[in-house]
Design a protein around this ligand. Sequence first.
Ligand code: NI
Length: 248
Amino acid sequence: MQLHLSSWPEIDGYLKKSKAILLPIGSTEQHGPNGLLGTDALCPEIIARRAGDEAGFLVGPTFNVGQAQHHMAFAGTITLRPSTMIAAMCDWAASLARHGFTRLYWLNGHGGNINTINAAFSEIYHGITFAEPGSNLPPLRCQLRNWWELPGVMDICKQLFPVGEGSHATPSEVSVTYFGYPEAIKHVEMTPKIAPLGPIFDAEDYRRRFPDGRIGSDPSQASAAAGETIVKAAVKAVIAEFERFAQS
Ligand code: NI
């Protein structure tokens, strides 16, 4: 069940049985020569929508632009300042809380978002505490889960891609998007086959160190079939975790 494909009476009805919603959150940033700019938003979205349909829980719109400053030397990348992202997440949370949601499960697709998401959670909790002393309203709780850290998922990625998984524009994440959007598959020769590893500083330095955008990876190994295997495992894991959180 997706929020933006539902009517308000349907959401009203959902709230009578559950106060929990899953929000995919990611980034719009370069993902190497054959990866989609939307990869980090699409991966949690693809997993979340299938999980929500299978288990009957609500999936919100994808928060699809995040912390991508270090990718800004590549065309198409869009980034938010941390303060903007925190403010927007607070407003999303306040809107959902206003309707009665008390459990917000954020399924994240971008490592660079983690610090800012946790800062946003702190800002959200401050807002609640400062708003109404002694309130006996049910407390709003947020949970962050990075999709690649869902139980069992990392092991499957390692089995599928024992060499050249790397840390950015990985064959695993590219495979997930190829499974979701087979019409967007791109065949590109990688030179070198496996990209260099190294630290991340600012945007210009990133492009000097990693000229085609990849870090340590060979995403030419990506396939829709591998993506299907990863998504199946992630859907199963996220359903179990979301349901525990919803009842907590
Ligand atoms: Ni990514």
